[in-house]
Design a protein around this ligand. Structure first.
Ligand code: DAH
Length: 342
């Protein structure tokens, strides 16, 4: 006894209505997924109805097949449509809430190192110095030879150098800009050269394979060590205030004679002793001295007529003191939480 077509068509109509109601009521993509399983999966309510095709009168089979296929398509479409609606609604919720306050865009700022560089530059510009620049890739000649450090000179060992092919290197200090400037200009010269330098140093709290210096050079008739002391003291005062003292200690650099290292009195403890000055009351800044006549020989200045002083400055060192930072790595790490403090 075949199954009556009309009964199956009634089942189909009921199922269609039920599925439509459930789908329209679904309020999440998970619910829709479950409905898809309930109706269309292998044992789903629609799928099992297909078995009835074999049970109705053979002449009714095409009609039933047609109805079943239409039912399946319509449920598939309804699922898809509802799923689109839900996705759009959800996107609207997460992407745009007009009641939320606006987000403040973060504005970039200068790294503290660059701020210190700018401050150093403007102090020296105020004292009549010009800014000169040189390349970070230098010749061995400018970086060493013309600064009175021929090959095998022991002072080269202090500056562990990144050598490049063909007698090029990454400059180990800004002193080669002295050479470039004197080679291209006649005296008098009054210049500073800010820039990046490189040495094979393992990074730690006070070392970095790349760091910054400001070189200073003044050449004219009758320039003396007293002028050097005056300029360094004026610089220290402008940078740290009236109370800061400067002292020079005898030292050695191949390109200056006599040579000195200079210190600032500790700006943190007023020389009472603290961890920044390692309880000495003094902070080492860099080296300086009177230009060695041999250097004048390399650049073609007459040492009988001209004298000059030169000095170096470690920019990281100044930044540490200025901002009371105790690890130079923080200057390079680009951690916004840290940089935003400046
Ligand atoms: N170039 C030296 C260095 O990096 C620093 C220095 C010392 C520069 C004495 C000078 C100077 O101009 O006169 O260690």
């Amino acid at each position: 006894m075949p199954v009556d077509l009309k009964n199956v068509l009634d089942d189909i109509a009921r199922l269609h209505q039920e599925a439509k109601d459930n789908i329209n009521r679904a309020d999440s993509l998970q619910t829709l997924q479950q409905l898809k399983i309930d109706y269309l999966a292998k044992k789903g309510k629609v799928t099992v109805l297909f078995a009835k095709i074999g049970q109705v009168d053979p002449k009714d089979r095409p009609t039933l097949g047609e109805h079943l296929n239409r039912l399946k398509t319509e449920i598939t479409d309804a699922l898809q449509q509802r799923s689109d609606e839900l996705a759009t609604a959800q996107m609207a919720i997460s992407d745009f809430d007009p009641s939320l306050p606006g987000r403040k865009p973060s504005v970039g700022g200068l790294n503290p190192l660059l701020q210190v560089m700018d401050e150093i530059k403007s102090i020296f510009i105020g004292m009549g110095f010009r800014i000169e620049e040189g390349p970070e890739i230098e010749t061995e000649y400018n970086n060493f030879v013309a600064l009175n450090m021929p090959e095998y000179h022991p002072a080269r060992d202090m500056q562990d150098t990144f050598y490049l092919p063909n007698k090029y290197l990454l400059r180990t200090h800004t002193s080669p800009v002295q050479i470039r400037t004197m080679e291209s200009q006649k005296p008098p010269v009054r210049m500073i050269a800010p820039g990046r330098c490189f040495r094979k140093d393992t990074p730690d709290a006070t070392h970095s394979p790349t760091f910054h210096q400001v070189e200073g050079l003044c050449v004219d008739k009758n320039v003396s060590f007293a002028d050097l002391k005056g300029v360094v003291q004026a610089f220290a005062t402008k940078l740290f205030g009236n109370q800061v003292k400067v002292r020079f200690r005898p030292s050695f650099f191949p390109f200056t004679e006599p040579s000195a290292e200079y210190d600032f009195s500790c700006v943190f403890c007023n020389q009472k002793g603290c961890r920044f000055c390692k309880n000495t009351g003094w902070l080492e800044i860099s080296g300086a001295g009177m230009v060695d006549p041999a250097v004048f020989g390399f650049v073609g200045y007459d040492p009988e007529v001209y004298t000059g002083y030169a000095f170096g400055l470690g920019v990281e060192r100044v930044a540490l003191l200025k901002y009371q930072i105790d690890d130079i790595r923080t200057l390079y790490e680009n951690d916004l939480r840290y940089l935003e403090q400046f």
